[in-house]
Design a protein around this ligand. Sequence first.
Ligand SMILES: Nc1ncnc2c1ncn2[C@@H]1O[C@H](COP(=O)(O)OP(=O)(O)OP(=O)(O)O)[C@@H](O)[C@H]1O
Ligand SMILES: [Mg+2]
Length: 513
Amino acid sequence: MTTAPDADLQSEVPAAVDPAAQPAAAEAQPATPEAPNKTPQSNTANIDPDNIHSQRWQSYLKDCREIINLVEPLEVAGRIIKVTGLVMVATGIKMPIGGACYIPLQDGGRVEAEVVGFDGENLLLMPQTAVEGVVPGAKVFSMDVTDTLPKPQFGRPPRRRAQDRARHFPVGDGLLGRVVDAAGIPLDGLGPIVTDITAPLSGRVINPLMRAPIEETMDVGVRAINAMLTVGRGQRLGLFAGSGVGKSVLLGMMARYTTADVIVVGLIGERGREVQEFIEQILGPEGLARSVVVAAPADVSALMRLQGASYATTIAERFRQQGKNVLLIMDSLTRYAMAQREIALAIGEPPATKGYPPSVFAKLPALVERTGNGARGEGSITAFYTVLTEGDDQQDPIADSARAILDGHIVLNRTLAESGHYPAIDIEQSISRAMHNITSSEHQQQARLLKQLYSRYLRNQDLIAVGAYQAGADPMLDIAIKKRDQINDFLQQDIHECADMQFSLQHLAQVVS
Ligand SMILES: Nc1ncnc2c1ncn2[C@@H]1O[C@H](COP(=O)(O)OP(=O)(O)OP(=O)(O)O)[C@@H](O)[C@H]1O
Ligand SMILES: [Mg+2]
């Protein structure tokens, strides 16, 4: 506590501190005739310079204010009591699931973490970065405290959802042409992100009846997709393939040639080398100019990989709110599921299907459902998610689950890729479930015919190769053999070639005529 400024004032100090006593003090100080409206409590401009008593009081109060300003606000801290593998256990602090906190390190740095569960009174924390430097008993501070304190001038803040009170990340036009990490920190060395708009990572659930239906086509600039697997605005598709069959190249082509207003690319859990390759060689400067790339490669923590996917979706949602048509590319959904598996197993969830805990299968639709069309009048998010299917494993639980929650799947075939047929889209196995709603019946007929010819040829390929097929035995197969090269030319497309919707449809009509 402080001492009074003057020894002879000490007896009066308690009266000033007690607010109830103040009116009496005011009355004890009669107003001077020159300034009848002045009171002793008025600000310094109204102080009578001749009133030594008032001056002493003012100086004493000034000292008090300075001392109050020096006091640090009380902040609740917890303590780390256990760190095993990926999970830290903290006690002595109460925070909601999804809340963000940090642990100051002795070297001045800090480890940021998120609450992913609790066990009795203890919180289970998942760090966003490496945990090197955390000592037993290290303090844990909530990062949300200051935001939730009531602001004195406005009373208590309005009741808001826990998600809205969570940390916010930059979104909006300031991100165009930029490459950021899962927390919105620029990775491209082009200076800070300039935007005033921020958003929390979890979107608002859209009332399914309010969503605009898929009614228009989305030109992705790839002939085989535009013509055979037409994509609707607001549709969500999976790109199913093993490694090295041309997923990244195909996604890059779509990003460069699409008519979408904005492209958001989430590179989740892929190799770090691939991030640079994708941006520099596949996307290129003209593709990057209207894109936002969120990169959370394999070497960042599982939490950051999850966050990267949510952040990319959040950025896309914001553009959709502005009425834009967004193309969201997520490479890959499988790595997202794997990150969730890592976290869920670490906090003790039991594994269910092929080592994947149940929460994984809840997280996938939660992420995917955020994309698609917004309410009427808003824009759209057309999304492509890559799904890894190693060794043509059709039983892979993630591929199975993804197939069920997406509005179509494009399968890339290794045999085609190996024979140099790029993009290696297997048109027999692929399907766009929105196609029949958004295309003309003539277009659908042509696409069906091309598919039949293509399949017919494939079925009889071996017979034809050994010369066992007699021309004329099957008229349909005769046409397929005749059009074989034309069909293959139609389905293949070079990396640097753009095929817009109109051109794709003309070409299709020409092939099947
Ligand atoms: N349209 C194309 N034209 C010519 N070559 C292509 C085409 N698409 C893919 N390729 C070839 O396929 C290779 C592998 O493609 P890409 O890197 O896209 O595969 P990926 O499926 O993304 O692989 P990973 O699983 O390793 O990420 C490329 O380096 C390129 O040589
Ligand atoms: Mg790739």
